[in-house]
Design a protein around this ligand. Structure first.
Ligand code: GLN
Length: 451
């Protein structure tokens, strides 16, 4: 049914870069056969899932939204892919994304944009716009994303779906193409809080193949999603993320969510996080710096595209021509920015200062979580904007990430879930919930209560 739905609507939505029809049917038949033999089935047996094209899949193309990886067939599965297969999930295919996860609208994909199923002329968010659109268009009931500065939560917000960035280190990064390694975190995307929790438990857990993977039990997120209560919980409203510059309908729906939390028995506390307004500037130095180093591996020798290799050119020339042809403008911009910020003479002023701001943000969170159990804010300052509106204005695009940036910088856990439609444009608004590291279950408890 989901393959039929994809065949019917994906020409318009363009959520998928690759649909693995044969592979999906084979997996579905294998689950049926297992069931017929009376074998023990995985926890998500037979449930179809759309995988962001940033996770390696053995024998199935993985492009990360880039021409430089066009034609590359990974020889191995990411840990997440392996866990999904072990859970007996049916992998439908790979979803569209901003090239190397750099963007907030999926317009930076080398393979063309994805439309927001609520209005195909609008963006589905980014970088994981394909995964969110696949859910909103009912092409898949579950999807996987990655969040470095908001790429799970912002697409969830603008498509009316649920997205969770787990605590940093909760989900293995092995086989997840690296953008900014100290921030990147894979996580679940779904249409309900409980679905997200079921997927969360399937993918999280220690992995010796990822040196930053947490070696501790996964918080009880499914149980929390089933409990869904906020009675007696202290909920902090982030003062800095509720005011000027936010769309009226976003503020209205957010205020109603806070009221609902109060009615359900939560204690509402206003919390100030004075360093959050510097988060965006710090992120856009740290993430490009790490990216400039991570993307050095795309050298025309190891993966995918090789341009200009006619037997007369040096390795340096071939590398340079390949990167010129294979990387899009945003990726080039980030590599240049990151290389500059890390260079001798500028390192202290730029990268060093950004790391100090990161520490201040960690301290803001620590102080806030002494007073409250979770924090809430709108996920994004506005609803989905029209395709093309911000693509030539990187700073306007970066501002979209205002509310989602602090969590990855601190490594804690955050969720976006739908909280109604903005009256002025009828488009979905997202409520963001943030919990301390390793308290991911609180997100699900609160999310399920207000869903
Ligand atoms: N929009 C942010 C960026 O462009 C975040 C992307 C992400 O989380 N991968 O970097």
């Amino acid at each position: 049914a989901h393959l039929d739905r994809i065949a019917a609507v994906d020409e318009k939505v363009h959520a998928f870069l690759h649909v693995d029809r044969e592979g999906a049917l084979a997996q579905a038949r294998a689950v049926d056969a297992k069931r017929a033999r009376g074998e023990r089935l995985g926890p998500l047996a037979g449930v179809p899932l759309a995988l962001k094209d940033i996770f390696t899949t053995e024998g199935v193309p993985t492009t990360c939204g880039s021409r430089i990886l066009e034609g590359w067939i990974p020889p191995y599965d990411a840990t997440v892919t392996r866990r999904l297969k072990a859970a007996d999930v049916v992998l439908l295919g790979k979803t569209n994304m901003d090239e190397f996860a750099m963007g907030s609208s999926t317009e930076n994909s080398a393979f063309g944009p994805t439309g927001n199923p609520w209005d195909l002329t609008r963006i589905p968010g980014g970088s994981g716009g394909g995964s969110a659109a696949a859910l909103a268009a009912f092409e898949a009931p579950l999807a996987l994303g990655t969040d470095t500065g908001g790429s799970i939560r912002q697409p969830a917000a603008v498509t009316g779906t649920v997205g969770v960035k787990p605590t940093y280190g909760a989900v293995s990064r092995y086989g997840m193409v690296a953008f900014s390694s100290s921030l990147d975190q894979g996580g679940p995307c779904a249409r309900t809080v409980l679905d997200a929790a079921l997927l969360h438990e399937a993918i999280a857990g220690h992995d010796p193949l990822d040196s930053t993977s947490i070696d501790a039990p996964v918080p009880p997120v499914v149980e929390a999603a089933r409990t869904g209560s906020v009675a007696g919980l202290r909920v902090g409203v982030i003062k800095e993320f509720d005011g000027e510059g936010f769309q009226a309908g976003v503020r209205q729906r957010f205020a109603e969510s806070v009221e609902l939390l109060r009615e359900l028995g939560a204690e509402i506390v206003e919390v100030s996080c004075p360093s959050f307004d510097k988060g965006l500037a710090a992120y856009y130095l740290i993430a490009p710096s790490e990216a400039s180093s991570n993307l050095a591996r795309f050298d025309a020798i190891r993966y995918g595209l090789r341009a200009g290799d006619d037997g007369t050119r040096s390795a340096e020339e071939v590398t340079s021509l390949t990167r010129q042809a294979g990387f899009g403008p945003e990726v080039k911009r980030r590599i240049m920015l990151g290389t500059y910020a890390l260079s001798a003479g500028y390192y202290d002023a730029y990268y060093g200062s950004a790391q100090k701001v990161r520490t201040l943000i960690v301290r803001d969170f620590a102080a806030a979580f002494e007073r409250v159990d979770v924090l809430v804010s709108p996920t994004t300052p506005s609803t989905a904007f029209p395709i093309g509106e911000r693509v030539d204005d990187p700073v306007a695009m970066y501002l979209t990430d205002l509310c989602t940036i602090p969590s990855p910088l601190a490594g804690n856990a955050a969720m976006s879930l739908p909280c109604g439609l903005a009256p002025e444009d009828g488009l979905p608004v997202g409520l963001q919930i943030i919990a301390p590291a390793m308290a991911d279950d609180r997100l699900y408890r609160v999310g399920a209560a207000v869903e």
